[in-house]
Design a protein around this ligand. Structure first.
Ligand SMILES: NC(=O)c1ccc[n+]([C@@H]2O[C@H](COP(=O)([O-])OP(=O)(O)OC[C@H]3O[C@@H](n4cnc5c(N)ncnc54)[C@H](OP(=O)(O)O)[C@@H]3O)[C@@H](O)[C@H]2O)c1
Length: 214
């Protein structure tokens, strides 16, 4: 059975991916520095700081796919880039695929640009998080090892502030923000989890970024 490690499996995005993966019948191991107050059935929770090299080595050694869902904010601002780089260094030898959950800010608003983060009204307080997430993508794209990676940018309106409902549907795109007929870019937590688990079960974006929205 496929073993999935979710680094940040107690967080918003990681929690939805963990739930969807367990519901799909995968073996799911969540890693975080603090154990959850309300553990979910079908998910094994392990305490680890993914910045630690030996912890990172153990995570990829015990997984077919490791998904990093750690936000570069708060005490992790400036620290996720190195954490992902270390996992990317260790994953090929362990034979693990590496998935990274990034942000919508580096997507283009339309073919040819500009990027979402460079548009008027983009909240300046989240620029450090968005820029770090973009640097992670650039590093992955520059990787010339055998690393099997994917990087997911959720819809612009995705986040813990708007969990939404499970519709059981989603669309995927490449580097351009997806919007619906009303001009909204949104995906619920549950349907984002579904899309990531579909990518794990049937890889369609090897060494590529994709975006998920309705
Ligand atoms: N619309 C958008 O573009 C959008 C919106 C939201 C999120 N995102 C992206 O989605 C990803 C996840 O964000 P989120 O909002 O789901 O974050 P979150 O809810 O804050 O969860 C972060 C998770 O990472 C864990 N974590 C933090 N540092 C860690 C470390 N050193 N070792 C192991 N685990 C660690 C946390 O647990 P502990 O603190 O206990 O370790 C927690 O489980 C980020 O890349 C974020 O940028 C994008």
């Amino acid at each position: 059975m496929t073993r999935i490690a979710i680094i940040g499996g107690t967080g918003y995005a990681g929690g939805h991916i963990a739930r969807a993966a367990a519901d799909r019948g995968f073996e799911v191991i969540s890693y975080s520095r603090r154990l959850p107050d309300a553990p979910q059935p079908g998910i094994e929770y392990r305490q680890a700081d993914a910045r630690d090299r030996e912890a990172a080595r153990a995570i990829v050694a015990d997984a077919d796919v490791a998904v990093v869902s750690v936000a570069p904010r708060g005490d992790m601002e400036g620290r996720v880039e190195g954490t992902v780089a270390q996992l990317a260094d260790l994953a090929p030898e362990a034979g693990a695929r590496l998935g990274v959950i990034g942000g919508a800010g580096s997507l283009l608003v339309a073919e040819g640009g500009p990027k979402v983060m460079d548009t008027d009204g983009f909240p300046p307080q989240i620029l450090p998080e968005v820029r770090e997430a973009e640097r992670i993508l650039e590093r992955l794209r520059a990787d010339d090892s055998a690393l099997d990676w994917f990087y997911v940018s959720p819809a612009g309106g995705f986040g813990a502030f708007a969990p939404g409902e499970a519709r059981g549907t989603y669309r995927t795109g490449g580097d351009v923000l997806l919007v619906d007929e009303a001009g909204e870019s949104f995906i619920s937590g549950a349907d984002f989890g579904l899309a990531v688990v579909d990518e794990i079960e049937r890889p369609a974006h090897r060494r590529r970024r994709f975006t998920v929205a309705y």
